[in-house]
Write a protein that binds this ligand. Structure first.
Ligand code: PMP
Length: 395
């Protein structure tokens, strides 16, 4: 058995974090491992009202097949949201996807032939690495600092890999580091993409969840040649369970996305799209996002205070102005997988850094999530984690 499988099965496996999340799902575990929004903030009562209205007013079309591009009123709302972040676009440039994860997979289908190169931040989003690996991509990692991907390093990578297919970037509150690419680098990235004639895939699920500092325009804002493909999602501002994301791109890309999406799933769930559009018609999503930001801001504050209080001074960490994650780097050659194994016995969890590096991992790193735990649990979990770290760092 096994020989019937396609060649790609050899380089695809269930993600390591899925395995970690299984261990951490037990209620006694204080988990900083997942990337889950705070479920107590889901606007359940308002969604009930929206659901009822959709079924009453347009039940038949909500439950019928619909177009691959997606529900027009939802795409119109997205166009408005895009305008608010300084991207001028139109409904024809927007396609609704099954979460932005589907956008990543379809982008792999559009661009990657076996052995093609993707240029990405180091580290980067684990499930994007896995999505592109399905198409047997090679990865060229570009170093980051606290201000995001380094542009001189990016230019070196572009020179050395003239056939690379696209630059994958998460400019706002990156997963896993929580870092944000500064303004002049966003402009520079587009200039370099123009110079080296390459597509940019901007993955931006967290930009709307900024709770400190000043908002920056997306990379796509600087796009002069229609070469930036922008992905975003309702997962972090509404609910991830409805699985609604979008791609905003030049129509020459959208046509291809539509063709591939058609063979993947015909279209995104019509009911979910209509519920979300109705919710935005009846309620104030901006007020809802404000609530999310307030909660995440204070959880992030709590976690940063706990880092100061409980972590060894040698541990370096990012200071996110939004999003869900803090990145920690320990001194020397400490392997955070060992620390994870020890911590899980004390019922506290995080994600070791290794799976976020497509090639060679910096094993002394790990990711912390603060959105999914109340502040008292953050305090307790960070205390337990700090005890293990202090012992291991001083060994
Ligand atoms: N991109 C990044 C960087 C993410 O962190 C996530 C989710 N955690 C996704 C894409 C996928 O999100 P979704 O499919 O829920 O829209």
């Amino acid at each position: 058995m096994g020989s019937q499988f396609s060649e790609r099965c050899n380089h695809v496996q269930a993600s390591e974090t899925r395995e970690i999340l299984k261990v951490t799902a037990k209620p006694e575990v204080i988990s900083f491992a997942g990337g889950l929004p705070a479920p107590e903030l889901f606007p359940i009562e308002d969604i009930k009202v929206a659901c009822e209205a959709v079924l009453t007013e347009s039940g038949q079309s909500a439950l019928q097949y619909s177009t691959t591009e997606g529900y027009v009123p939802l795409r119109q709302e997205i166009v408005k949201r895009m305008k608010a972040i300084e991207i001028e676009t139109s409904v024809d440039n927007v396609i609704i996807t099954g979460g932005s994860q589907q956008g990543l997979d379809l982008t792999g289908k559009l661009f990657i032939d076996e052995g093609d190169t993707v240029i990405c931040e180091s580290p980067t989003y684990l499930a994007a690495i896995n999505a592109f690996k399905v198409y047997n991509a090679n990865f060229v990692e570009v170093a980051m600092d606290d201000d995001g991907m380094k542009m001189d390093e990016l230019e070196k990578a572009l020179k050395a890999n003239p056939q690379a297919k696209f630059i994958y970037t998460i400019p706002d509150f990156q997963n896993p580091t929580g870092r944000t690419m500064k303004l002049d680098r966003r402009k520079k990235m587009v200039e370099l993409a123009n110079k080296y004639d390459i597509v940019i895939l901007e993955d931006n699920p967290y930009g709307a969840v900024r709770f400190a500092g000043e908002a920056l325009p997306p990379v796509k804002h600087f796009d002069t040649e229609g070469r930036v493909i922008y992905l975003s999602t309702f997962s972090k501002i509404f609910t991830p369970g409805l699985r609604l994301g979008w791609i905003c791109a030049d129509t020459r890309f959208i046509e291809k996305y539509v063709a591939f999406k058609q063979s993947a799933d015909l279209h995104t769930d019509s009911f979910a799209q209509m519920i979300t559009a109705k919710y935005m018609e009846l309620f104030d999503i901006e007020a809802h996002i404000l609530k999310i930001k307030e909660v995440y801001r204070s959880r992030r504050e709590k976690m940063m205070q706990c880092i100061d209080k409980y972590f060894p001074k040698q541990a370096k960490h990012s200071a996110p102005e939004g999003g869900l994650f803090i990145w920690v780097e320990l001194p020397g050659d400490i392997d955070t997988q060992d620390i994870f194994n020890e911590c899980i016995k004390n019922n506290v969890a995080f994600v070791p850094g290794k799976p976020f590096f497509p090639n060679s991992a910096q094993r002394n790193t790990f990711r912390l999530n603060y959105s999914n735990m109340p502040e008292d649990r953050i305090e307790e979990g960070m205390k337990r984690l700090g005890e293990v770290l202090t012992r291991r760092v001083n060994e």
